[in-house]
Design a protein around this ligand. Structure first.
Ligand code: ZN
Length: 328
């Protein structure tokens, strides 16, 4: 009997019911530490999320709750316009999933963005329209008209998983045309458990924002284990609001982050790494220094002839000896 009390954390409701609110994970969230840079807030975002209103398995408000648990700051609800296996039992309004999610976002202080996924075969493939006003108006036979409608509503057009489903990452003429007309603004470099390395070059060549998304269909608890397991886009925003996120996306201030790999413009990468890592000289004579990682991202460090592959662990200090004049 005494064993019940030894940890000192059981909350006693009364003599007949003991409660353990500390074991209820729904009120806990990962505090992911990635520093702000250049006067901007670093926001952790997932711009590709499905619910039961398309082919996902989760109710929209639960999407917001689990993203909050994962340490995210922003999600977009992006149900397919064209793929709706549950439409016989759920109403066919394409705005409904966002409305349910938004109410939950408002309740817990999390930004939820209205989106939709325009879903066609390659060559066009799948595109997310973000920050739209009315998703129903995107339900058009011609996907190019749907893109134009999204743009009319102020939409940011994101080219999803360009390497799926045929394991080829190809910029087709239709993408060249849309990019030239500024009708595609970002592209997924990471989606789910995939990476598309050619996208790094495309972002540079076509001036597109690099994006990492989960494209989540099932529960996050059965897809991801632990802090930073879920793909996320780092957005450097002037303020934590939908407008702040939108401005930063159109300005291209994003880095894609997945599997402790950061990808994007060199300038932003340098700023983030400079803000994350610091050094301290311990002994100038024998070259002993400390390298301090103030973030939750694992970094690789090369000191002289040694490579510490992913060994500058999150929130750790590494002590090394380096030869005078060698680079870190
Ligand atoms: Zn999708």
């Amino acid at each position: 009997f005494l064993g019940l009390f030894t940890h000192g954390i059981a909350q006693i409701q009364n003599d007949e019911v003991y409660e353990y609110p500390n074991l209820n994970a729904q009120d806990y969230r990962y505090n992911i530490r990635i520093p702000d840079i250049g006067g901007y807030k670093t926001l952790k975002c997932d711009f590709h999320v499905h619910t039961v209103f398309s082919d996902g398995k989760v109710w929209p408000d639960q999407r917001v709750k689990e993203a909050w648990n994962e340490g995210l700051d922003v999600i977009a609800i992006t149900d397919h316009i064209e793929v709706r296996p549950n439409k016989e039992i759920l109403i066919s309004d394409h705005n409904k999933s966002y409305e349910i999610a938004k109410a939950q976002g408002d309740a817990i202080g999390m930004v939820v963005i209205k989106g939709a996924e325009i879903t066609r075969q390659k060559p066009l493939g799948h595109l997310n329209a973000l920050f739209i006003q009315d998703a129903n108006k995107l339900d058009l036979p011609d996907p190019l008209e749907a893109i134009d409608e999204a743009l009319k509503q102020g939409g940011f057009i994101l080219w999803n998983h360009p390497g799926w489903p045929d394991d080829k990452s190809t910029v087709y003429p239709i993408h060249e045309e849309l990019i030239a007309k500024k009708k595609i603004h970002g592209v997924e470099l990471f989606n789910g458990w995939e990476a598309y390395p050619k996208v790094i070059d495309w972002c540079k060549e076509y001036n597109l924002a690099p994006i990492a998304n989960s494209d989540i269909h099932y529960t996050s608890a059965n897809l991801y284990r632990g802090k930073l397991a879920r793909p996320m886009t780092l957005v450097f925003a002037a303020e934590y609001s939908e407008e702040g996120v939108k401005e930063a996306l159109f300005a291209g201030r994003t880095l894609a982050l997945y599997n402790h790999t950061l990808s994007g413009a060199e300038e932003l990468l340098k700023s983030l790494i400079e803000a994350s890592i610091s050094t301290r000289v311990i002994n100038e004579k024998n070259g002993t220094i400390e390298i301090i990682n103030n973030s939750d991202i694992s970094y690789e460090v090369k000191c002289g002839g040694y490579m510490y592959a992913r060994a500058l662990y999150p929130q750790h200090v590494l002590r090394v000896k380096i030869d005078k004049g060698s680079d870190v």
